[in-house]
Ligand binder design. Structure first.
Ligand SMILES: NC(=O)c1ccc[n+]([C@@H]2O[C@H](COP(=O)([O-])OP(=O)(O)OC[C@H]3O[C@@H](n4cnc5c(N)ncnc54)[C@H](O)[C@@H]3O)[C@@H](O)[C@H]2O)c1
Length: 361
C-alpha cells in the first residue's frame, strides 16, 4: 500500500498527516528542504531512543540539520512540570530558536509533553509529530492538544498547538509491548463505536490481533479520518469533539482511582465504554445488543470490560474532578447505536445515580 494522506484544516492552521511504511525517509526530505542548516531537537523517551534514536539522529544529520536528542524516562510519570523544565533547559543549551524545529518522537506522553514544550518555548517553536505507539498514531498526535499533568490531576495544564506535519509509520508498532498494542486497539474500537459501524464490523471480522495488525495502515487511516472530521468541526473541544471522549469519563476515574498504576489509558477506556454502554442500554438510551457487541470486541482484543469492585463513591468523586465539567454539569458520551454517539448533560450530583443507580421500571 502506498502513502495515505489526510489534510487537517482549521481556522488558523492547515497540516498534513502522512501514513506510510518507512515514513522516516519522507521526514528527512521534509526536514532537508525546510530546515537545512538549522537545528532539530528530537524529544523522545529512553525506550524509543534505544530502539530508533541512533538511526533517526544519523538520518537528520545527513539531511543537513544539527541535531540533539532529548530523551526522558518513559511513562506518564514524566509528563510533569519538572521534566518540562528539564526540556526547556536542553532547548536553551542547544540554542533552539523559532526558525528551528522540534520533533516529538514517541508515544502520547512524549507527544503531549513535546507539543506543550513547543507551544510555550519562545511562545511557540514549530514541531513535527512522529508517533510511535498505536494510541499516538490514531489519537494523540492529531488534533493539537498538548498537556502536562499536575499532582492534582492529569492534563491539567496544556494548550492547543498543532504540529506542522504528522508522519505516521505503522512499522514502529511492531516493537511495542503487546499490552500497549492492545491499549491502542481500545481507541480503534472506540472510533468504530462512535462514528463508523463498518470499522467496528471490520474489527470483529479479523481472525486475531496479528491479522488486524497486517491491515494497520488502513485502520489508522480510518481512525485519523474520523478524528479529522470531529476536530475540524470543533477545534476548541466544546461540542462535537466531546464524542471522542466516549468511555473516557469513567475511564479517567478508574485510572485515577488506581493511581495511574494498575491500568493503562486504553484499558481504562475499554472498561469505560463497556460499562457506560451496558448502563445506557439498560436505561433504554442505546439500541439493544450494542453492549454485548462491544464486550465481544474488547474480549477479542484482550481488553478488560468490567470495572473491578471499586468504591463507587470514590469513583464518582474522581469523575467530579473531570476537566469536562462545565459549571455543575458534565457531558457524558453515549451511543444511540453502534456507529452513532451523542452527549447527555448530567448534573454533578446526579452522576453517581445515572451510572450506578436503580434502573427505573
Ligand atoms: N493529546 C491528545 O489528544 C491525547 C489523546 C489521547 C491520549 N493522550 C495522552 O497519551 C498518553 C498515553 O500515550 P501512550 O499510550 O502512547 O503512552 P506512552 O507514551 O507512555 O508509551 C507507552 C510505552 O511504549 C513505549 N514505546 C513507545 N513507542 C514504542 C515503540 N515503537 N516500540 C517499543 N516501545 C515503545 C514507551 O516508551 C512507553 O513505555 C497519556 O499521557 C494520555 O494523556 C493524549
Amino acid at each position: 500500500m502506498g502513502t495515505l494522506e489526510i489534510f487537517i484544516k482549521n481556522k488558523d492552521v492547515k497540516y498534513k498527516i502522512r501514513i506510510e511504511k518507512g515514513a522516516q525517509k519522507e521526514l528527512y526530505e521534509y526536514v532537508a528542504e525546510r530546515y537545512g542548516g538549522k537545528k532539530a531537537a528530537v524529544i523522545t523517551d529512553n525506550n524509543v531512543n534505544k530502539l530508533y534514536g541512533a538511526s533517526l539522529y544519523k538520518g537528520l544529520i545527513e539531511s543537513g540539520v544539527k541535531c540533539r536528542i532529548i530523551s526522558i524516562i518513559p511513562g506518564e510519570k514524566s509528563k510533569t512540570l519538572g521534566v518540562l523544565a528539564d526540556i526547556y533547559k536542553e532547548l536553551t543549551d542547544f540554542n533552539i530558536n523559532k526558525g528551528d524545529i522540534i520533533i516529538a518522537f514517541g508515544g502520547g506522553v512524549v507527544g503531549d509533553l513535546a507539543g506543550f514544550a513547543a507551544s510555550t518555548y519562545l511562545r511557540g517553536v514549530p514541531y513535527i509529530q512522529l508517533p510511535t505507539t498505536l494510541l499516538a498514531q490514531v489519537d494523540s498526535s492529531i488534533g493539537g492538544k498538548t498537556a502536562v499533568d499536575l499532582p492534582m490531576g492529569k492534563n491539567l495544564v496544556g494548550s492547543f498547538y498543532h504540529p506542522e506535519i504528522v508522519f505516521i509509520d505503522t512499522l514502529y508498532i511492531n516493537t511495542l509491548e503487546e499490552r500497549y498494542l492492545r491499549d491502542g486497539m481500545a481507541e480503534v474500537i472506540k472510533y468504530g463505536c462512535i462514528k463508523n459501524k463498518r470499522l467496528f464490523d471490520r474489527l470483529m471480522n479479523y481472525r486475531n490481533l496479528k491479522q488486524c495488525v497486517s491491515d494497520m495502515d488502513e485502520l489508522v487511516y480510518s481512525c485519523c479520518s474520523i478524528k479529522k472530521a470531529v476536530v475540524e468541526a470543533d477545534e476548541r473541544d466544546t461540542g462535537e469533539r466531546l464524542i471522542l471522549n466516549f468511555g473516557h469519563t469513567l475511564g479517567h476515574a478508574v485510572e485515577q482511582y488506581y493511581n495511574y498504576e494498575k491500568y493503562t489509558h486504553g484499558e481504562a477506556v475499554a472498561m469505560g465504554i463497556s460499562e457506560i454502554t451496558k448502563r445506557s442500554e439498560l436505561l433504554g438510551l442505546t439500541e439493544k445488543g450494542s453492549s454485548a457487541a462491544i464486550t465481544e470486541a474488547l474480549e477479542k482484543y484482550g481488553l478488560p470490560f468490567r470495572i473491578p469492585a471499586a468504591d463507587k463513591k470514590e469513583l464518582a468523586k474522581a469523575i467530579s474532578l473531570d476537566k469536562k465539567f462545565k459549571g455543575n454539569s458534565i457531558g457524558i458520551v453515549l451511543l444511540s447505536r453502534l456507529g452513532a454517539a451523542f452527549v447527555k448533560e448530567i448534573k454533578g450530583e446526579e452522576v453517581e445515580d445515572f451510572i450506578w443507580g436503580e434502573v427505573p421500571e
